[in-house]
Design a binder for this molecule. Structure first.
Ligand SMILES: [Zn+2]
Length: 235
């Protein structure tokens, strides 16, 4: 899946590297920027004609509705699918049998107890956040900033304690579940939050992620796409 420096993905037709267009934007989201989500601040437009004021504001409000707000049902469905994925992984991790180990080995290049515990903790934290988000999705999802590269799934500010997820065009057309799905993207993005997984985008795409498991297990465990594909259970 997609691409960017911190927490941003773009649709990547080729597995390992995202398309050139998807190449990371220079400015990595800074923690400070996360404190005040841009979209949360209504444009301070002062209507020229006071008579039109009420109408203007209503119109403005309408326009300001985010995609997630307009698609609340879909967002709830995405979250429900993500929850299903996470619960399946949790059950697998708790079983701790040969299949569990083989799966960890495949995506992280290690089936050590430490790898299992790290993954389990991340799954548990995502389940807790998923639960919060499911109560009121529109409080957590915003449209990606204007100028965001086409093909972007989503991005986050890792230190954002309010856990906002910014949705790009690729997310909005992605399938609900399966590989590079909305549900998997949520798992990917949530894993970036420093209080959940603090993952990085070391490499994008399923092929790249599976390769990383073989060459650098530590980087794989810390890679958001590796977690996404692990959760999606693809390939
Ligand atoms: Zn990412």
């Amino acid at each position: 899946m997609g691409l960017t420096i911190i927490g941003e993905e773009t649709a990547a037709p080729t597995p390992a590297a995202p398309t050139p267009a998807a190449s990371p934007t220079p400015a990595a989201p800074t923690p400070a920027a996360a404190a005040t989500p841009a979209a949360a601040t209504p444009a301070a437009a002062t209507p020229a004609d006071p008579a039109k004021c009420t109408t203007c504001k209503d119109e403005e409000k309408k326009k300001k509705k985010t995609w997630a707000e307009e698609h609340e049902k879909e967002m709830k469905a995405s979250l429900a699918e993500q929850k299903k994925m996470l619960e399946a992984k949790k059950a697998d991790l708790l079983r701790n049998d040969d299949a569990t180990k083989a799966n960890l080995q495949k995506f992280y290049g290690s089936s050590s107890e430490e790898t299992r515990q790290t993954t389990l903790a991340r799954v548990d934290k995502e389940l807790a956040l998923n639960n919060e988000m499911s109560k009121n999705p529109s409080a957590y999802f915003q449209d990606a900033a204007e100028g965001t590269k086409p093909g972007t799934y989503a991005y986050v500010y890792p230190n954002d304690s309010t856990h906002q997820i910014y949705l790009g065009d690729a997310f909005k057309t992605a399938p609900l579940t399966g590989e590079d799905s909305q549900a998997g993207t949520l798992a990917h993005e949530m894993s970036h939050f420093s209080d959940i997984g603090g993952t990085k985008d070391n490499i994008y795409g399923a092929t790249g992620a599976l390769g990383l498991a073989k060459t650098d297990p530590t980087a794989a465990l810390n890679n958001a796409d590796s977690f996404e594909y692990y959760v999606e259970g693809v390939r």
